[in-house]
Structures are given as structure tokens and as C-alpha cells.
Design a protein around this ligand. Structure first.
Ligand SMILES: NC(=O)C1=CN([C@@H]2O[C@H](COP(=O)(O)OP(=O)(O)OC[C@H]3O[C@@H](n4cnc5c(N)ncnc54)[C@H](O)[C@@H]3O)[C@@H](O)[C@H]2O)C=CC1
Ligand SMILES: Nc1nc(O)c(N)c(N[C@@H]2O[C@H](COP(=O)(O)O)[C@@H](O)[C@H]2O)n1
Length: 220
């Protein structure tokens, strides 16, 4: 599976403010680029922290891209995936509507009543890992279901875990011209942090978009 991480940060590396509310860092041209990356993907993944904070829909906005996908024999939207160890996704979350297939990755520790509530709303539950979602295991299952190209939109906890598991192939960071600050504000890669064996990136491209900069890296 080819895994592409895409996120927008402030100039000081934050994904959002200390209140963890959704904040627009990208401008119109960058959101249009993100829509293209979604349209080119088989699935788009976020963590449940992002679902609880942003209630994202994760669908393709541009009708031409949806038509293009359908003329290639694909669904109009990529599948949506939420990493949700304890099945905390609200049943009325936008990610669970019937616009696209939604996979909910849970761990063995997820309460059975929450799992069945998510299944009743139409979510396809994939169990991988004891107390936390095991991405290597879950991704093998997604691959078996035809997901070869996965876009990851965040947040910081999930992005860190994917680097830790050495599952990231490409990283695109849009750096907006704003400072958010806050020691508790989420950053691009949170988790426990690395103290050695840091992931190494190969800078492939630098592009000015809107009033910010898009940095595109291959993971070495
Ligand atoms: N600017 C941007 O591009 C984006 C910003 N955000 C912001 O990021 C914040 C949310 O990020 P986070 O709080 O870091 O949450 P997150 O979206 O990374 O979700 C973390 C949760 O995922 C679950 N999870 C399951 N398996 C896991 C694993 N193996 N490793 C790590 N987590 C796992 C856990 O329940 C964990 O609490 C919000 O403020 C949101 O607005 C989110 C996405 C993109
Ligand atoms: N690329 C990008 N730029 C920003 O400024 C952002 N705030 C985000 N956030 C991500 O976009 C998701 C919203 O998706 P929908 O529009 O609801 O489909 C949000 O959940 C973050 O993953 N991204």
C-alpha cells in the first residue's frame, strides 16, 4: 500500500490551536489541490481525535473528479477510514453518512455495544490490535479489500504512529503564513516523539500556493 500524508500547519508547526478546533490554514488553491489528492486515492484516513474535533466529511468536492473516478469504474468518492481504538466515533458523525464506504479501525478493547452501534450506522468495523489500533495489521486488511493508495489527513497522534511504524511513503505539508503557538496545540507529529532513529525525508518539491508554501517529501 502506498501511504501519502497530507496536512496543513502554521509557520510554527501547529495543526490547530490549543482548543483543538478546526482552523483554516490552507487557502482556496491548496484546498483544491487537497481535493485532487483525495480524488487520486482509494481511501482517506483520519484519527478519531480529528473526527471529534472537526467532524470531517472526507469526500471529493469537484464534480469533474467524481465523474473521472466513475468513468474509471471507481466509486465517486474514496473510502473513508477512521482509526478509533475504543470505537468513540459518534454515530451521527458526517464520516458515517452514506456518501461513501467507511471503515472504522478499532482494537480488541473497543466496547462491544459501541462496535455494534457503529455497524448499525453502516460503518465497516475492522479489528486490529489489543488496546490500540495496529496499523500494520489494519492496513493489510484494507489492502485485501482493494485499498492500494491511502491518503492520511491527520491528526498529529496518528501521523506520529504511522512514522513510528515506518508506513509513510510521502509527506506533503502546506505551511500557512500564520503563527498559532501553544505548547498543547497539536503538531504535525505528536505521540511520544522520537529520540533516535528519526525518519529521514528527501525534499522533492517546494511550491508557493496561496500565501503559503507546499513542501513535498519522499520518506527515505
Ligand atoms: N491542519 C490540518 O491539516 C489538520 C488538523 N487536524 C487537527 O488535529 C487535531 C486532532 O489531532 P489529534 O488530537 O492528534 O488526533 P488524531 O486525529 O491523530 O486521533 C488520535 C486518536 O486516534 C486513535 N488511534 C487509534 N489507533 C491509533 C494509533 N495506532 N496511534 C495513534 N492514535 C491512534 C486514538 O484514539 C487517538 O486518541 C484537531 O485539532 C484537528 O483540527 C487534523 C487533521 C488535519
Ligand atoms: N489541508 C488542510 N488544510 C487545512 O487548513 C485544514 N484545516 C485541513 N483539515 C483537514 O481537512 C478535513 C476537513 O475535511 P472536509 O472538508 O470536512 O471533507 C479536516 O478534518 C482535516 O482532516 N486540511
Amino acid at each position: 500500500m502506498h501511504v501519502v500524508v497530507n496536512a496543513a500547519t502554521s509557520a510554527d508547526g501547529k495543526l490547530s490551536t490549543r482548543r483543538r478546533e478546526q482552523i483554516k490554514i490552507s487557502g482556496a488553491d491548496d484546498f483544491a489541490r487537497v481535493d485532487r489528492v483525495r480524488a487520486d486515492s482509494d481511501a482517506v484516513l483520519v484519527g478519531v481525535g480529528t473526527v471529534l474535533a472537526d467532524d470531517p466529511h472526507l469526500t471529493v468536492d469537484d464534480a469533474d473528479y467524481r465523474d473521472e473516478r466513475q468513468s474509471d469504474g471507481r466509486e465517486p468518492h474514496p473510502a473513508r477510514v477512521v482509526a478509533d481504538s475504543r470505537a468513540r466515533t459518534p454515530t451521527d458523525a458526517r464520516i458515517l453518512d452514506d456518501a461513501a464506504t467507511t471503515y472504522v479501525l478499532v482494537s480488541e478493547s473497543a466496547p462491544a455495544d459501541r462496535v455494534s452501534a457503529l455497524e448499525k450506522t453502516g460503518g465497516t468495523v475492522v479489528t486490529a490490535g489489543d488496546t490500540r489500533v495496529s496499523f500494520p495489521e489494519a492496513f493489510a486488511e484494507l489492502e485485501a479489500r482493494g485499498i492500494d493508495r491511502l491518503m492520511v489527513e491527520g491528526g498529529g497522534e496518528v501521523i506520529f504512529s504511522l512514522f513510528e511504524d515506518e508506513l509513510v511513503d510521502e509527506l506533503s505539508v502546506y505551511v500557512g503564513s500564520v503563527v498559532l503557538g501553544g505548547r498543547d496545540a497539536p503538531t504535525l507529529a505528536d505521540g511520544d516523539g522520537f529520540v533516535e532513529s528519526f525518519p529521514t525525508l528527501d525534499l522533492r518539491d517546494v511550491e508557493r500556493i496561496d500565501d503559503g508554501v507546499l513542501l513535498t517529501y519522499d520518506v527515505v
